[in-house]
Design a binder for this molecule. Sequence first.
Ligand code: CU
Length: 241
Amino acid sequence: MATFSWPLPADASAHGPALDHHLLLNLWIALALLALAHLIILLGLLAHRRTEATNLWHIEYLPLAALAILFATLTIKAERLWAATRYTGASLTAVQIEATGVQFAWYFRYPGTDATFGITRPQLVAPGEGNPLGLDPADPHSADDEITSELVLPTNREVDLRLNAQDVIHGFSIPELRLKQNAVPGQTIHIHFTPTTSGTYAILCTQLCGLGHYRMNATLRILPPAEFTAWLASKQKAATP
Ligand SMILES: [Cu+2]
């Protein structure tokens, strides 16, 4: 199956190949069942009616039970693959980053050298004054927080991304990382994953969140660890007065 030409975008995450494999397995099974259903219809048309209709229960219920077990197994496997990025906790050494969806932009926040995110308050949100997330300057943890409009991640290190939304539900989606998760106002939703391939990728919003939805996108840059550390240091240096 490795030689199968696959019209999905290239995968740049550690969990992606398992998801791709499962998707392909689903498609092959659906194709096989479609062919089988047509074969059965064809045989039914050609066969002579030799049996009483009342004796056909096993022809009806056994395939039905087999299909139910097959689809339940595929669904449970898919649910587990998805839950691996969502419901299991990230490792304690994961890079901590926050992403916030706002009509119509994504903001990313790095906690800085104190490794703690500063408190944000809705009443302090003022994008025109350079405080799009409403960081509270009275909280000492907020002083070194770095807010960016592009997401920069290191390769081969787990990322613990917390997702927020300020106004309406936005859909955080990176096709190359096989990630799609809603950002919901009033909730902090964690997803964790490990980028594997350096490059520049698009971050999209996949919920119709308003008139400017079409332009709600951002850039993801995945860098080798040394370059990522240098980028983070340069951001922090620029922020220090
Ligand atoms: Cu949106």
